[in-house]
Design a protein around this ligand. Sequence first.
Ligand SMILES: Cc1cc2nc3c(=O)[nH]c(=O)nc-3n(C[C@H](O)[C@H](O)[C@H](O)COP(=O)(O)O)c2cc1C
Length: 181
Amino acid sequence: MNFLELVQTRQSVRKYSSKPVENDLVLSCLEAGRLAPSASNSQPWHFIVVDEPELLKKVADATTNGGLPINKFAKQVPVIIVIVIERPKLLTRLAGKLKHKDFEWTDLGIAAEHICLQATELGLGTCMIGWFDEPKIMELLNVPKSKRIGVVITLGYAEENYLQRKKIRKSPEVLYSFNKW
Ligand SMILES: Cc1cc2nc3c(=O)[nH]c(=O)nc-3n(C[C@H](O)[C@H](O)[C@H](O)COP(=O)(O)O)c2cc1C
């Protein structure tokens, strides 16, 4: 797969098989996250791998919301990666204040996508989850109250013959421009 093929292949997987994920594959995904770029190379993240069944169930539950039919698939995966945002370096924080930018949230997104792309290349499925009970997951994983959880990623083998949803993306005409807005 060349890079564009990899990007085209990645999709949010919302149906998983019960097959466990090999530990070395999980480690490769984490390595891809570890090598992600970040503002001033602050690396403001910590990856928590949740694979202990009881805890996994509780974390998955914290991504669903009562009656809403959202994120139920999280209960099917053998691994969930929770990305905690760590405090960036002083220089990055100052730059962020001056420029009114939360660089750590940008950094988090890049690291998360590195993880998802590596998983795709390894034949695994992922879905980034932004809708979750943050205080609950922090409590379950002993994350200090001063921190934030940026995103939760489900990781597992997609259900056999999982159908790729048609990729709906804005058209290049809308998205691209050259030399002006
Ligand atoms: C920051 C972020 C948060 C997301 N949160 C959720 C979520 O809570 N539940 C879910 O099912 N999908 C979630 N998604 C997945 C998006 O819905 C998905 O990426 C988008 O529809 C494009 O589809 P694709 O990933 O298959 O290309 C999230 C994606 C991102 C990047």
